[in-house]
Ligand binder design. Structure first.
Ligand SMILES: [Zn+2]
Ligand SMILES: [Zn+2]
Ligand SMILES: [Zn+2]
Length: 461
């Protein structure tokens, strides 16, 4: 049963739920559903929930068939492309068909663990495309930083990281996982990569946009050439030089070009400059200096379909990141399960803590520097915990710890110490980069702790 959801009876006996109530929805409940139908009466809430589902890294959640139930009204491109289709009446047939297809394709998948967040995102993308036979298309979206979105992958990159997002797609193409087909080009601000630009013609001397243009008139008879305004009289167009009336364009006179005048500096010129004002960061850039972005549509190659089944294996990147004194994540999860069983029996309490380094992808791109940083932090954590504490590092961003029977107060103090020390380390490492943050938290493990709920929570960090 899903709170706020109504089960739809169906011949296939699938767990299909119609969601009409968006208050307090928790996507973890959806892991048990076969498909969802989102009532589009509240488009903002429905879109937010759909994005949350597709942003998950839990396979049974992000691969869930989700339909949009929309009797009237328009669904915008982004939610449409994140869904498995629009229904004007709730029909069983397309939903059942998608459920069966996704289930069947998922049988091909082997479990995949990776330390690289890029590989994790790509594998997820491949699996989504593989189960749906979908291509990844650029969608126009006025709310998107670039004006265009690749909806599924965009969920993993904040606005300022559109270039990182494009880089990962390019990497997928270079490794022959994707085939890219040209769709369009766009131009973005070279400073902040926003696509929201105000393009305007400006004065070649003072760059003011306060300019206007006027036709130039060439009087053949006397060879005089001047702005049209000089020829205008009550009697029509009259040449200011020879005083003759102008009669037929093309016969006795012509308008060979236009002349621009700046109302600020009075400069006159024939070709204005064109500059782009970025509506996001206010940088002004000559149009020829804007960053050109090619927008391709991506489809999976045979190699890409292989990678969907087994996960990405790229030489060099897949090696286990071993940290002395730290266990790998699956071992950590085993310890966690034992610890929960143990406190259930003993009636005592333990804590599980985590410290997440939320670094923008560009700060992780120097792999050597990043690994040294992680090792420094690991050393620090190891030196300030007991030998009975269990330590792990996962997802390329989070340190996990089990503190057996240490007590909430002590754990809180430890985590605070970790946070302030790691903050210092990060400030020193990335001097002029303010765009990282740290999240430290802990959970108490006691008789009420449910392993599955905790794991889902842990895995979504
Ligand atoms: Zn900008
Ligand atoms: Zn000017
Ligand atoms: Zn004349």
């Amino acid at each position: 049963m899903i709170p706020g959801g109504k089960k739809i009876q169906n011949a296939g006996n699938f767990e299909i739920y119609l969601i009409t109530d968006y208050q307090d929805q928790d996507i973890r409940h959806f892991a048990l559903a076969d498909a969802l139908v989102l009532d589009w009466q509240q488009p903002d809430h429905a879109t937010a929930l759909l994005k949350e589902i597709r942003a998950s890294f839990i396979e049974s959640i992000y691969l869930l068939p989700v339909f949009i139930f929309n009797a009237d009204g328009v669904v915008s491109d982004t939610p449409k492309s994140l869904s498995d289709g629009e229904l004007s009446v709730v029909q069983e047939e397309p939903i059942g068909k998608m459920i069966r297809q996704v289930k069947k394709r998922r049988e091909d998948f082997t479990p995949h663990e990776t330390n690289s967040s890029e590989n994790r995102i790509l594998t997820k993308l491949f699996r989504y495309m593989y189960t749906r036979d979908k291509t990844l298309n650029p969608e126009v979206d006025v709310h998107a930083h670039m004006g265009y979105e690749y909806p599924l992958i965009r969920l993993h990159y904040p606005a300022g990281e559109s270039m990182e997002m494009l880089k990962i797609l390019r990497r997928g193409t270079e490794n022959d996982f994707f085939q890219g087909i040209f769709v369009d080009k766009t131009h973005v601000c070279p400073n902040c990569h926003s696509g929201h630009l105000n393009l305007r013609e400006v004065c070649t001397k003072c760059a003011s946009a306060h300019i206007s243009s006027e036709n130039l008139i060439h009087h053949f008879v006397c060879a005089y050439m001047g702005p049209e305004g000089d020829f205008v009289t009550k009697q029509g167009l009259v040449c200011p030089k020879c005083n003759r009336q102008l009669r037929h364009i093309g016969v006795d006179y012509d308008k060979p070009s236009v002349i621009y005048r700046c109302h600020d500096c009075r400069h006159e010129f024939q070709e204005p400059d064109i500059t782009a004002l970025c509506l996001n960061c206010k940088t002004v850039t000559p149009v020829e200096k804007l960053l050109e972005i090619t927008l391709d549509k991506y489809s999976l190659t045979d190699l890409g379909r292989d990678a969907a089944r087994t996960g990405i294996k790229v030489a060099g990147e897949e090696r286990e990141f071993t940290i002395p004194g730290f266990v790998n994540f699956s071992t950590f999860l085993t310890f966690l399960r034992f610890e929960i069983e143990r406190v259930k029996v003993s009636g005592k309490e333990s804590q599980m803590g985590s410290v997440s380094l939320n670094l923008p992808a560009r700060l992780r791109s120097n792999r050597q520097q990043f690994e040294r940083l992680v090792l420094d932090i690991s050393d620090f954590i190891r030196n300030n915990t007991d030998s009975s504490d269990i330590l792990s590092f996962a997802n390329d961003n989070t340190f996990f710890m089990i503190f057996p029977e240490k007590g909430a107060t002590a754990v809180e103090k430890i985590l605070n110490d970790f946070r302030s020390s790691i903050e210092k380390l990060l400030s020193n490492t990335f001097e002029d980069e303010p765009e990282w943050n740290l999240a430290a938290q802990y959970e108490t493990l006691n008789a009420e702790t449910e392993y599955n709920a905790l794991i889902n929570q842990v895995k979504t960090i």
